[in-house]
Design a protein around this ligand. Structure first.
Ligand SMILES: Nc1ncnc2c1ncn2[C@@H]1O[C@H](COP(=O)(O)OP(=O)(O)OP(=O)(O)O)[C@@H](O)[C@H]1O
Length: 757
């Protein structure tokens, strides 16, 4: 590429600025038009509301139209606002001739975050996702696709501050100046923000192929750390919404990532690409009504994540509610009926053979009636069954005996170790489950793995339907008042297995605010079960496209949960096995195949690391190669000359050494500095935060999918020891820094003696 003087660059920038100004002028006009539409829509609403009566029919039509206008206007306005910064980022100089490059008909085409046309409907900028923009990403010197020169415009606000060119033909026609050192390197060298940015200006050819791959079936994107898998997958979601808006907007797109920190990190990428209709969820937040962030210890997570737990869950759904009445004695049509525990058990099995538990109340009453008739066998069967099912005390009994059970409540039954044992869990498994639910009850928080278990139970139990409270006739009320004389046992439905009254549980601890309890009011509950079952559990929302990031960490049970949401969906699945924290990869692969069904597959492999300076990545790669010889190792493209700093410190000096290392890093980079430390050290390391506002202190697992300008990794051996993925978790941690990293090792048994709090 030819060298040019500053003057030449200034002339080129000025020329581009003139075009960019035109685009912003058009945009301002478009914003004014949107404002007018919005105002007009609102005005229509006011006319309709004039007067006192209800709107007439034609007015109702007007209101719908108003809503549609205001909706569309708001949307366009939001889109214009989001895309404002750096709206125009690319320019193509094309030659449509078949002969010598530069001799045919020439065209200049600008590429941007949205399409903008002038008053004559001529395109001033084409949307990056439009077919006309594809050569911007696809052209290469080997296959120029009519492109002579590809130019990336760097803008700050509305100002063009630089241009970077790539020439696609051997020699530039005379009138085409070529400047800059390459837009990609410029983008990779700059400081990282708190949020992931889009890469529309510098998408590489192999990335573009994955982004624009056909929508149907399963698109898998693999590659080592920092190879752009996440950012490519998100651009693909934006592309799909653009290319088939009706399908994906109506059906919805679900994006699932490992943690809330991850969703916060990527949430701006999609709106900045023009899309705000995507559900971003962490894997603990997929089921509506539950938000889980707590991670189980590795053994419990393995138990809860494996499909083997389904046998236990299936048996659990057949259990009677712990405080259900155990016997029914009642007079019906003058006949005494007594259903003993064994009879009730028979009825229960019979119903569950054909029905979901929570939707089978009527079937349960019918089964009781059948058993009662077996005892009576006098008169007309149908008449007896009617009298039986209508009897108030039978209803009272049945409502307690067959009450709908919230799957979250059912899961908590496993706090009873004996129950888990009876359902087939080993001694160790029963203890792990009981311990984990005791913890949940104590601190009012579900673990991430529990969400998939609740979803599984929900699918087995059916939705919790509130039974209608029918009005009763006088005679039934009398019967109900006197129910006890017929021996109807334990009508009160308690919430805990011990039969303690509601709200009286000893371990309730301090009350907690449970947010919306379903009636619009925040409630404070002292009952631990209530805290964990507050709010209505959402049903299964299905999506037209499901994008799963960090797929290597999705447990088999979580794949089933996602599969329920993507039964008709196309999928984009992103992952790297060398970063896995899930052990049984084969079982996960089977569950994943089941979730996808028989759709077509296509795979894209990314092998260039764009995140890490080569010195940082090579250090991480050496470490992982030793332990995971088949790891998929990419090539890092950027050198800085700064190797990772390796520091040792005795236990008592770890905090001081860390603080000074962080101060150094803060002085070396402009963006975020993360101190990544295992549990053992984290609490004591808070002084490192004093160095600057842009320093964060995080645990190893929460860094999945994230990146920082610089990192300080504390006690790598302990990270390996405490993490479910062992050395793979350390690999994740060591590949988070873009520009600088320091690694601090406690020495002399540090952390074990002085370590625990
Ligand atoms: N074409 C590109 N132009 C500019 N930056 C890019 C490009 N491709 C990737 N990057 C940058 O590289 C970094 C890593 O990307 P990303 O987080 O998507 O990688 P990943 O493969 O998902 O990583 P990991 O598996 O480690 O989580 C991001 O900062 C991203 O913006």
């Amino acid at each position: 590429m030819s060298a040019t003087t500053n003057d030449v660059v200034a002339v080129e920038i000025a020329a581009e600025q003139a075009h960019v100004d035109r685009v912003y002028d058009e945009l301002a006009k478009a914003a004014d038009r949107v404002g007018l539409v919005h105002a007009e829509g609102m005005a229509r609403g006011r006319t309709e509301r004039a007067g006192t009566g209800d709107p007439r029919e034609e007015e109702l039509a007007g209101l719908f139209e108003r809503d549609a206008l205001v909706f569309a206007a708001n949307r366009r306005r939001a889109s214009l606002e989001h895309q404002h910064e750096g709206l125009v980022f690319g320019r193509l100089d094309l030659d449509h001739g078949a002969g010598e490059p530069g001799t045919g008909e020439r065209e200049v085409r600008y590429v941007g975050r949205l399409g903008v046309r002038d008053d004559d409907y001529e395109p001033l900028v084409v949307d990056w996702r439009a077919p006309a923009a594809a050569p911007f990403y696809r052209a290469t010197p080997v296959d120029p696709q009519g492109v002579l020169r590809r130019r990336v415009l760097r803008c700050r606000g509305e100002q063009v501050v630089g241009v970077e060119d790539d020439l696609m033909v051997a020699a530039a026609p005379e009138d085409l100046v070529v400047v800059g050192d390459g837009a990609l390197m410029a983008a990779l060298t700059r400081s990282r923000g708190e949020r992931m940015r889009d890469i529309v200006a510098t998408i590489q050819q192999h990335q573009d192929e994955a982004i624009r791959a056909p929508a149907r079936g399963v698109t898998e994107i693999t590659g080592g750390p920092g190879t752009g898998k996440t950012v490519v997958a998100l651009h693909r979601a934006a592309y799909l919404l653009y290319s088939d808006r009706r399908r994906y907007e109506a059906g919805g797109v679900l994006v699932v990532g490992p943690s809330a920190a991850y969703t916060a990190y990527i949430e701006r990428v999609l709106p900045s690409l023009g899309e705000d209709t995507v559900s971003l969820r962490s894997v603990g937040d997929v089921v509506g009504g539950m938000t889980a962030t707590v991670l189980d210890d590795p053994a419990t997570a393995a138990l809860k994540g494996s499909l083997r737990i389904r046998t236990l869950l299936s048996r659990l759904t057949r259990e009677p509610v712990p405080d259900a009445p155990t016997e029914l004695r009642v007079f019906v049509a003058g006949h005494p009926v007594r259903l003993r525990p064994a009879d009730l058990e028979r009825a229960r099995r019979q119903v569950l053979r054909h029905h979901h538990r929570n939707t089978s109340y009527d079937a349960a009453v019918e089964a009781l009636a059948g058993l009662a008739w077996e005892q009576v066998q006098q008169g007309d069967r149908a008449e007896f069954v009617d009298r039986f099912t209508d009897a108030g005390d039978v209803e009272t009994f049945a409502r307690a005996w067959w009450r709908p059970v919230d799957p979250r409540e059912m899961l908590l039954w496993l706090v009873d170790e004996n129950l888990a044992r009876r359902l087939g869990a080993s001694v160790d498994e029963a203890r792990l489950l009981a311990d984990s639910y005791r913890r949940a009850l104590d601190d009012g928080r579900w673990s991430v793995a529990d969400v998939a278990l609740v979803d599984d139970l929900h699918a087995r139990l059916g939705p919790v339907v509130d039974l209608p409270s029918e009005e009763r006739g006088f005679y039934e009320i009398e019967e109900l008042d006197d129910a006890s004389q017929y021996g109807v046992a334990a009508l009160r439905v308690g919430r805990d297995g011990d039969g303690r009254p509601d709200g009286g549980a000893a371990s309730g601890g301090p009350g907690s605010t449970d947010g919306n309890a379903g009636d619009g009011h925040a409630r404070v509950s002292r009952d631990p079960v209530d805290r964990l079952t507050a709010g209505r559990l959402g049903g299964v929302e299905e999506y037209a496209h499901v994008l799963v990031d960090e797929a290597q960490d999705i447990s088999p049970m979580q794949w089933r949960m996602l599969g329920r949401r993507g039964r008709w969906a196309s999928w984009t699945v992103v992952g790297d096995l060398a970063q896995a924290s899930w052990d049984d990869l084969e079982e996960a692969a089977r569950a994943r195949e089941e979730a996808f069904g028989s759709s077509v597959r296509r795979a894209f492999h990314m092998d260039t690391n764009y995140r890490n300076a080569r010195e940082i990545f090579d250090h991480a790669a050496r470490m992982v190669r030793e332990h995971v010889p088949d790891a998929d190792i990419p090539r890092a493209v950027r050198e800085t000359g700064h190797h990772p700093a390796e520091l040792d410190a005795p236990a008592e000096e770890v905090v001081a050494t860390a603080s000074s290392a962080v101060r150094d890093l803060v002085s070396q980079v402009e963006g975020q500095v993360a101190v990544i430390a295992p549990d053992r050290w984290r609490d004591r390391l808070t002084p490192v935060l004093d160095a600057a506002d842009r320093v964060v202190l995080v645990d190893p697992l929460s860094t999945k999918g994230l990146e920082y300008d610089a990192t300080l990794v504390v006690d790598p051996d302990e990270i390996v020891a405490e993490s479910p993925g062992g050395v793979r978790a350390l690999y994740v941690v060591l590949t988070r820094a873009a520009h600088r990293t320091s690694i601090l090792r406690p020495v002399d048994g540090a952390g074990s003696d002085g370590g625990s709090d």
